[in-house]
Design a protein around this ligand. Structure first.
Ligand SMILES: Cc1cc2nc3c(=O)[nH]c(=O)nc-3n(C[C@H](O)[C@H](O)[C@H](O)COP(=O)(O)O)c2cc1C
Length: 170
């Protein structure tokens, strides 16, 4: 797909089939992640933790209790963590967001559904035991995660190309 078609097609997907993504699809998403720009790279870079183990996915999804799955049943979760960078406020979150956007557009291009997850990562950051089980590097903070898989509904081919952000020009 063309880049603009990917951007027009991408939508948050909050319901997934059980079908796992292929290894080839996963590798392409990880390459897209690696191609993202990084600020202050010498002070630390985003780290990816790929979760496909059903038990760990269940634990992550159930962090808010049994009545709602906070990762929406996605069969693959890619957690993006980052070391603390004390001399550049905000840079860790910005680096992670660049990685996330590359991954979500790559997933769309591959015909997959995806969801940008923040809330469940806030919960994870308060759970050192689960962080350790996931092998998140010591000192890294899980800032965002991409849930990815096959959505239960086919993506809308296109949405209107309109501006939704405020802007000014000087
Ligand atoms: C930084 C960031 C954090 C987000 N965190 C969550 C989240 O924790 N849970 C969730 O369901 N959606 C989350 N979203 C998805 C947004 O709700 C979604 O992108 C927005 O409503 C626009 O919808 P669209 O992605 O379908 O265009 C997040 C998106 C961003 C960019």
């Amino acid at each position: 797909m063309e880049l603009f078609d990917d951007m027009l097609t991408r939508k948050s997907v909050r319901s997934y089939t059980d079908q796992q993504i292929s290894e080839e699809q996963l590798q392409k998403i990880l390459i897209a992640a690696s191609l993202a720009p990084v600020g202050k790279g010498k002070s630390g870079r985003p780290h990816l933790t790929i979760v496909q183990d059903p038990q760990l996915l269940k634990e992550l999804g159930g962090q808010a209790g049994p009545e709602r799955n906070v990762i929406y049943g996605a069969p693959t979760l890619i957690i993006v963590s980052h070391p603390k960078v004390d001399d550049a406020p905000g840079i860790a979150a910005m680096n992670v967001a660049c990685v996330m956007e590359n991954m979500t557009l790559a997933a769309t291009d591959l015909g997959l559904g995806s969801i940008y997850l923040y809330g469940s990562m806030r919960m994870l950051s308060r759970n050192p035991e689960l962080m350790q089980k996931l092998g998140i590097p010591e000192g890294n903070e899980p800032l965002s995660a991409l849930g990815v898989g096959y959505g239960t509904e086919a993506p809308a081919v296109c949405k209107e190309m309109k501006k939704v952000l405020t802007e000014n020009r000087v």
